[in-house]
Design a protein around this ligand. Structure first.
Ligand SMILES: [Zn+2]
Length: 131
């Protein structure tokens, strides 16, 4: 069980703002989802935090529960012709997902920073130890 080695909430909030979880000033990403090797502001090693598929799963979970499920409660979704409703809904869902994904990934990296989880820890899984 990882211990909290840095303040949890500020680290996650800095990540959600797509900033370095250590200083909150340097940019976390150099492209859409590409994490900077080092923080441009404080030179903290940002590449060591594993993100893998976690942010994608969390984004799907959030969009599915907070957007898709409530959307199905509105009758206009069911009553409008699919020729119009499906492209509009898919475009809106794609936009929400693409806007949310880098923020969730930033928050995820902030969580990894707060918990002190490094890439080297992620490579060693319990399933690997069974061999
Ligand atoms: Zn920094």
């Amino acid at each position: 069980m990882p211990e909290i080695v840095h303040p949890l909430i500020p680290s996650i909030l800095r990540g959600l703002k797509q900033r370095c979880p250590a200083c909150g000033k340097g940019a976390l990403f150099w492209r859409y989802l590409k994490v900077n090797e080092r923080c441009p502001s404080c030179d903290h090693d940002l590449a060591r935090y594993p993100a893998d598929d976690g942010p994608a799963y969390l984004t799907i979970l959030l969009v599915g529960h907070l957007v898709v499920a409530p959307l199905l409660l509105f009758p206009i979704v069911w009553e409008s012709p699919p020729l119009y409703s499906i492209p509009i809904l898919l475009t809106a869902l794609l936009t929400v997902t693409l806007l949310l994904l880098p923020r969730v990934k930033g928050g995820w990296i902030g969580l990894m920073y707060a918990l002190g989880v490094k890439d080297a820890d992620a490579r060693f899984h319990a399933a690997d130890a069974a061999d």
